[in-house]
Design a protein around this ligand. Structure first.
Ligand code: HEC
Length: 148
């Protein structure tokens, strides 16, 4: 067997020291922060699966606005079961579609806690029709759990 050279040994020590440092740094900051990761493209175009993958972290599996990341946001994620009720009994399809895509925000300049899904979905695939299909699948999924 080859003996480890002094420089390999030094590198090993350095890595060890670094990992201790990282562990410490993580411990020192117990307040909730949001770690941003890139959204992974899913093969699915099924509304329920898309919702679980991209929305539930903030809106919650029950869509009522209390997903695990919701405490760390400035604004509480909307209760998505109340959209029809708040709109006088009709599901506000166009509003929901534009809101998910983030079109109104891009047009304005505003800054919001919710990601702009239109541009995220459009970076996932060269086929831009899939953006619309994903947004529409989400919209139909949201429509079917509206509170009566
Ligand atoms: C990082 C957290 C976060 C994620 C992820 C997220 N949202 Fe939101 N969403 C919010 C917040 C916060 C609001 C409330 C207002 C705001 O700041 O935009 C909101 C508002 C909304 C609204 C507007 C509701 C209304 O009352 O008009 C819709 C519709 C919506 N989200 C759908 C979705 C869908 C669909 C997904 C997944 C593709 C999603 N959201 C993912 C945080 C999030």
């Amino acid at each position: 067997m080859k003996r480890i050279s002094a420089s390999q040994y030094l590198i090993f020590l350095l890595v060890l020291a670094l990992s201790c440092f990282v562990a410490f740094a993580a411990d020192e900051n117990p307040t909730k922060t949001i770690k941003k990761v890139n959204a992974q493209p899913t093969a699915t175009l099924n509304g329920a699966d898309l919702f679980k993958e991209y929305c539930a972290v903030c809106h919650g599996n029950d869509a009522k606005g209390s997903g695990p990341a919701s405490d760390a946001l400035k604004k509480r994620p909307a209760d998505l079961t109340q959209l029809t009720r708040k709109n006088g009994g009709t599901f506000p399809e166009l509003h929901v579609m534009n809101y998910i895509k983030g079109q109104d925000v891009v047009a304005a300049h505003g800054n919001r806690d919710m990601p702009i899904w239109g541009s995220i979905f459009s970076q996932m695939s060269p086929n831009q029709d899939l953006v619309q299909i994903r947004v529409y699948a989400l919209l139909k999924y949201i429509e079917q759990f509206q509170a009566k």
